[in-house]
Design a protein around this ligand. Structure first.
Ligand code: FAD
Length: 458
């Protein structure tokens, strides 16, 4: 049985794997293959699962073959896009890992302002291609994240105030459903499936390509961060909560408590202005003038540089543990808790982040698509990262203690930020008002819960 009670009987012998090889174009990797360990490794080094077989798909037909093969042999299936999921759902023990990372095709249509991208594309790759035409869509804030998992869970990013979430900019997908059929879903084709995958994650099938709406962005924008000493964090957070809520859609401001590379604890106001460059200075002036910053790193920078600003701080290869929830308000109790707990951070690589969800991302009606948590609010993340596996208990204790004090102030959670310990109640909360409808569509498209390695809809 898997975690949700689905019956899984099979695991492939060498002979059965040879059966898939006959029709499959990509690489098939088993535990004895040289690339196996690298292929099963994901962003969070805490994850150490061993699939019986890894199917590295080159196109939609490989995905169809892999799904049919797994069905026939009753195998547990996991799906890997960019491999960033904190819970490690991209990998499974003893089953078939359907690895989409070789699927890198990107086609930009500058006249229609659309882009089609394969399911293995990372945000750095899509941004690079769309920026050739001065275009972009809302993407993640770390450029080594996969477009697939991020978009299917919603997709928070710097452009969400102006252009909505990543899923709001999705025009159509090609998707292999649990019956092994390749289908298209859009507002006009299989519209209920299209509704479900925009926020419902990997519950309904394997998306093989995504078509996005693009917007003129860059090539340069006004952005960066202003750093204050963490001893000033109370005042900075009080300023931040007012400032962030009173800005136009074009100005996004996040806030983080972290350590600089040389070990100084700071609080960072991290901003991006996505309107006309000439108007940005005036909007950013109060933020830059507040208090006595130790550094003001805001300036005109390439959009691509802004999109990769957090890459180094979150580079793959570290052990990770995090907790996340949505904060409707940053009240004084929250501020006191955050300031006190951040000061006790046990690892120099850890951070705490307020990710403001605002503007266009909040104006889409909650029932328009599966992603339904449309309030103006903060996605709040407590993240521990470390190198030595032996340190795990110390850092996990810090996050758990912190979370215990913050959780009562949260309401809901972003589905893509759920960790592996979450039970049914919180998963349900993440789908908010749309859970029941998602559940009906799960029954229609995946009645056997074939796609169960995800934030599962029962
Ligand atoms: C460093 C870091 C930064 C992040 N920043 C942001 C951010 O700015 N904004 C944001 O919204 N989120 C962010 N996230 C969360 C991110 O959205 C999730 O981790 C997401 O799952 C990443 O997608 P992936 O394809 O890389 O993940 P994977 O681990 O490959 O996939 C995660 C899950 O998505 C499903 N899935 C993946 N591909 C497909 C597919 N093609 N078809 C069907 N199902 C699929 C599967 O269920 C899979 O288990 C961040 C995560 C990390 C680790």
């Amino acid at each position: 049985m898997d975690q949700s009670g689905t019956l899984l009987t099979g695991s492939p012998s060498g002979d059965t794997a040879a059966e898939l090889k006959a029709t499959f174009k990509g690489d098939l990797l088993g535990p004895d293959d040289a690339d196996y360990d690298q292929a099963r490794s994901v962003w969070n080094q805490m994850i150490d699962k061993r699939p019986a077989l890894i199917a590295r798909c080159t196109d939609s037909s490989d995905v169809v073959q892999a799904v049919r093969f797994a069905r026939k042999h009753g195998m547990l299936v996991s799906v890997r896009g960019g491999g960033h999921n904190i819970a490690g759902n991209a990998v499974c023990d003893s089953g078939l890992m359907i690895d989409l990372s070789p699927m890198k095709l990107i086609l930009v249509n500058p006249d229609r302002r659309t882009a089609r991208a394969g399911a293995g594309v990372l945000w750095s790759e899509l941004d690079r291609e769309t920026q050739r035409y001065g275009l972009a869509t809302t993407g993640g804030t770390v450029s080594h994240t996969g477009i697939a998992g991020l978009t299917l869970g919603g997709g928070l990013g710097w452009l969400m105030g102006k252009h909505g979430l990543a899923c709001d900019n999705l025009l159509s997908v090609d998707i292999v459903t649990a019956d092994g059929q390749l289908q298209t879903a859009s507002e006009t084709e299989n519209p209920d499936l299209f509704w479900a995958i925009r926020g419902g994650g990997g519950n309904y099938g394997i998306v093989t390509s995504f078509e996005y709406r693009l917007h003129p962005v860059g090539p340069t924008i006004l952005g960066g961060m202003v750093l204050h000493p963490q001893s000033e964090a109370r005042e900075v957070l009080r300023f931040y909560r007012e400032f962030a809520r009173n800005q136009p859609d074009e100005l996004m401001v996040f806030c983080g408590l972290l350590n600089t590379p040389d070990g100084m604890p700071v609080i960072a106001l991290i901003a991006g202005w996505f309107g006309p460059l000439s108007e940005g200075e005036a909007h950013l002036k109060p933020l830059r003038a507040f208090g006595t910053p130790i550094a003001d790193l805001i300036g005109e920078i390439p959009y691509l540089q802004h999109q990769s600003m957090f890459d180094e701080a979150t580079k793959p290869g570290l052990h990770r543990y995090w907790k996340s929830g949505n904060l409707p308000e940053i009240d004084d109790t929250v501020i006191d808790t955050v300031v006190g707990e951040a000061a006790r951070m046990t690892t120099p690589y850890g951070f705490v982040l307020f990710f403001h969800i605002k503007g266009q991302a909040t104006r889409v009606p909650a029932g328009k698509m599966a992603f339904g948590l449309r309030q103006d609010q903060w996605d709040f993340d407590i993240v521990a990262q470390w190198i030595d596996p032996a340190e795990a208990p110390t850092h996990i204790d810090w996050v758990r203690g912190f979370w215990k004090r913050i959780e009562p102030h949260t309401s809901g959670v972003y589905v893509n930020h759920l960790d592996s310990e979450e039970s049914g109640r919180r998963v349900k909360t993440a789908y908010g008002p749309n859970y029941q409808h998602l559940s009906i569509l799960k029954k229609k498209y995946d009645p056997d819960n074939f796609f169960c390695m995800n934030n599962n809809i029962q």
